[in-house]
Ligand binder design. Structure first.
Ligand code: 5AD
Ligand code: SF4
Length: 439
């Protein structure tokens, strides 16, 4: 029997990294590795890093520092660093941290097995031309009825604050045929909900049989896959919400009424300095068009406060935009200067001012999030059961609007779609009773 080795993977950052971590674990599975959630049992530790905001590299080096004792106790332990910090820092990581064996960028991780075979300390942060996805083994280690499917990577937008165009590289879309095969494979394994992933997912323009397909066309095709009940996609740029994608929100019952559409700021002056190429007003008009075809869509966004040059009036414009839209939820961040980005050259807003703005913005968003949840109380919603809850006889899943819902349902099974009645709303979830099974 071959020796079973254990790999511990720690994932930082976005859903793309969650997906990449799964794929890396699968690639190493072909080399006899199984995953473990106990770092002390591991024969290999893989840190999948994120570079989007501050202290990413500090976080990495302190995590590596904590691994030193384990490596001393287990000299054969392999330590790998993957993801966007690996891309940004490359060989510097090997120089700074003696515990690291492998550094692999987000476009090179299909080479992990051969790097391991070759032995020694290695770095691969190339952007290879071959499609890393085709070189990865078939997906098998599935955890539940929901799955991510990366359809697009990289970004050509160059927002002035953002490292993604540098760490993930230029926009690349995967071909339609491969995505359909992968999606059907997921469904055959019990997946009921697929979230299409991409840093700029709605810029998707993958090769189809008759030329490039837009995201809307891919969604329309996926909606026909038997057994696939739900589709989502993230993350989108406002300027890439084309007419047919908006129309798809009205046409496709499988396309869930939830859209993450980052706006970053409500001030035109700041949006211009951010190189966003849209205005607050164009964003609001876009929201109106989406709501016209899908009135109950729940909107989510990302905001940055304290971008260089942000005045109090600029910040008030952001609060005005938030009030005008009414978000179901949002992520907000204090601006963090990323080396190599254009905005990093500019003078930052003083930290206490940025902190106060972040606090105020988050309070407004929290209020809107509560209101959106409260509005569900008493209503019937559909939930896809993902796992048992902490209480006996309880199931947990997401509603169409992506609210976490706890349902008292002793007969519930993972993967079931249930109609439920919402009884109450707490800070981060809804409580419900089952009505009937949909499928
Ligand atoms: N500082 C703060 N927030 C940032 N984001 C991206 N870059 C930065 C930065 N330099 C935020 C944006 C983006 C989200 C993923 O992270 O809001 O939409
Ligand atoms: Fe970064 Fe998103 Fe802007 Fe691309 S569109 S540069 S990923 S913030």
């Amino acid at each position: 029997m071959t020796d079973v080795k254990k790999i511990f993977v720690k994932t930082y950052g976005c859903q793309m990294n969650v997906y990449d971590s799964e794929r890396m674990a699968e690639a190493l599975g072909a080399k006899g590795y199984v995953t473990t959630d106990k770092v002390e049992d591991a024969d290999m530790v893989l840190l999948n890093t994120c570079h989007i905001r501050e202290k990413a590299s500090e976080k990495l080096y302190s995590a590596l520092g904590r691994l030193r004792a384990l490596k001393n106790a287990k000299p054969d332990l392999k330590v790998g660093v993957a993801g966007c910090v690996a891309q940004a820092e490359g060989a510097e990581i090997l120089r700074r941290s003696p515990v690291v064996d492998l550094v692999v960028g987000p476009q090179a991780y299909h080479r992990l097995p051969e790097m391991l075979d070759a032995g020694g300390r290695q770095v691969d942060t190339d952007f290879p031309v071959e499609d890393k996805f085709t070189l990865l083994p078939e997906r098998k280690s599935l955890r539940g009825p929901t799955a991510f499917l990366t359809v697009q990577e990289g970004c050509d937008k160059f927002c002035a604050f953002c490292v993604v165009p540098y760490t993930r590289g230029a926009e690349v879309s995967r071909p339609v045929s491969r995505l359909l095969v992968e999606a059907r494979g997921l469904v055959a394994q019990g997946v009921r909900e697929i979230t299409l992933l991409g840093q700029n997912v709605n810029a998707y323009h993958g090769e189809g049989a008759d030329g490039a397909w837009a995201l809307s066309r891919l969604l329309r095709e996926l909606a026909k896959v038997d057994g696939l009940a739900r589709l989502r996609y993230t993350t989108s740029h406002p300027n890439d919400m084309d007419d047919d994608l908006i129309a798809a929100h009205g046409d496709l019952p499988a396309l869930m009424p939830y859209l993450h559409l980052p706006v970053q700021s409500g001030s035109d002056q700041i949006l211009k300095a951010m190189n966003r190429k849209h205005t607050a007003d164009s964003y609001l008009r876009l929201i109106d068009r989406i709501r016209a075809v899908r009135p109950d869509v729940l909107l989510s966004s990302d905001f940055i406060v304290g971008f260089p040059g942000e005045t109090d009036a600029d910040f008030q414009a952001t609060l005005d935009l938030i009030r005008a839209v009414g978000f179901g939820q949002a992520f907000s961040f204090k601006y963090s200067a990323r080396p190599g980005t254009p905005a990093a050259e500019k003078t930052a807003v003083p930290a206490p001012v940025a902190d106060a703005r972040l606090h105020e913005l988050q309070a407004l968003i929290t209020g809107q999030q509560r209101a959106a949840q409260e509005a569900m109380v008493g209503r019937e919603v559909t939930v896809l059961y993902e796992k048992p809850g902490r209480m006996a006889g309880q199931m947990v899943g997401k509603s169409d609007h992506l609210h976490a819902v706890h349902v008292s349902d002793p007969d519930g099974r993972i993967g079931q779609l249930k109609r439920v009645r919402v009884l109450a709303s707490s800070s981060n979830s809804l409580a419900a009773d089952p009505l009937f099974t949909i499928e």
